[in-house]
Design a protein around this ligand. Structure first.
Ligand code: GDP
Length: 362
């Protein structure tokens, strides 16, 4: 029976094995005002303490500080599958009085990663490119406001053609379920009204099973994800859980009834990581590449045009020079002719003198 197979049925397995050996790169950017729980959420998502060396700046520093992007890298391995995860944080975003400066740096950081990839891709060693392009941007929205702030709108609009934006309602435990719902609706309205393109989940294949379809639907309906982060593990009913303790009870990070943390983690890690990477490279990066190619074509043709101009200027100079030389020659000839005429006139007045020499001149 074996003979009846050609053997390509094992292709997925080969692809899988090769991909696993290589490992996966994933870069995540977190964006939003300081204190919205970005570092706490990242630690909760990846079960690590990426931020243990952090110093909390005091307020005087905050005003002075300009934005620097901080990159943290970890390698996580689960059942033999390795993911090299890069977290790009932007401490000081919107802290400084000059908020404009801070979003410009964020945008230029995203562009720079495209540029690095573009250069690497056109270089010699194209096989082992270190991909630092941002695959996803978790945008933290304040739970205390009433929707998107003008700065949120501005930044999202600057970024939405460059990166997959996933909006989050930060610290959602400070809101009641009703308030969360209201804020979610308002944020979605603001996004629509301002023509902001956030990351859209791909359509679910129709041949998927019902459970998967349900899960997918719930995921889509939860956007913008209301999240809670916590670095502490608390005991509840004899179970150890990640949560936040309050006098009135415990808010559980991992409990889907309490917040959308699990949905966010599932989407980022288990179900949509590859799609986020595909969209980054097939849409956002291709946009960047097309723009770069276009602008380099324009500058090339500009260069050629100025070169042409310079050539014609050089030709013109040469022509002017020749013209000048000709005029000088003519003037000289005229002077000589005048001299000759004068000498002839003198000879005619005095026919006996210097006859022979004059004959030579003639
Ligand atoms: P970042 O500046 O955005 O990185 O914010 P941090 O992660 O440092 O969090 C700032 C403060 O908010 C810390 O005291 C956290 O304990 C607290 N915090 C973080 N996440 C949450 C949350 O989901 N809910 C509440 N209530 N507090 C949080």
């Amino acid at each position: 029976e074996e003979d009846e197979f050609i053997g390509f049925a094992s292709l997925p397995e080969q692809v899988h094995r090769k991909a696993v050996r290589r490992g996966f790169d994933f870069s995540l950017m977190v964006l939003g005002d300081s204190g919205l729980g970005k570092s706490t959420l990242i630690n909760s998502l990846f079960l690590t303490d990426l931020y243990k060396d952090r110093e909390i700046p005091d307020t005087a520093d905050l005003v002075e500080r300009t934005l620097t992007t901080v990159k943290k890298q970890i390698e996580i391995e689960e059942k033999g599958v390795k993911v090299r995860l890069t977290i790009v944080d932007t401490p000081g975003y919107n802290d400084a009085v000059n908020a404009e400066d801070s979003w410009k740096r964020v945008v230029s950081y995203v562009d720079q990663q495209f540029q690095l990839y573009y250069q690497a891709e056109s270089g010699l060693n194209r096989k082992n490119i270190n991909d630092t392009r941002i695959h996803c941007c978790l945008y933290f929205i304040s739970p205390y406001g009433h929707g998107l702030k003008p700065l949120d709108i501005l930044v999202m609009k600057k970024l939405h053609h460059k990166v997959n934006i996933v909006p989050l309602i930060a610290k959602s435990d400070v809101l009641t379920p009703k308030e969360v719902k209201r804020l979610k609706t308002k944020v979605l309205e603001d996004i629509k009204e301002n023509d902001i393109n956030i990351y859209t989940f791909p359509e679910c294949d129709s041949d998927e099973d019902e459970e998967f379809k349900e899960q997918d639907k719930a995921l889509k309906e939860a956007v913008p994800f209301a999240v809670i982060g916590s670095n502490t593990v608390v005991e509840a009913g004899g179970k150890k859980i990640r949560g936040r303790m309050y006098p009135w009870g415990i808010v559980e990070v991992d409990n889907p009834k309490h917040c959308d943390f699990i949905k966010l983690r599932q989407m980022l890690i288990s179900t949509h990581m590859q799609d986020l990477k595909d969209i980054t490279s097939e849409i956002h990066y291709e946009n960047y590449r097309a723009e770069s190619l276009l602008s380099s074509e324009v500058s090339k043709s500009n260069r050629e045009r100025t070169k042409l101009k310079r050539d014609s200027i050089a030709n013109l100079d040469k022509a002017l020079e020749t013209e000048q030389l000709l005029q000088e020659k003519e003037a000289e000839i005229q002077r000589m002719q005048e001299m000759l005429a004068k000498m002839q006139a003198q000879l005619q007045n005095n026919p006996n003198s210097q006859n022979g020499r004059l004959g030579n001149v003639r």
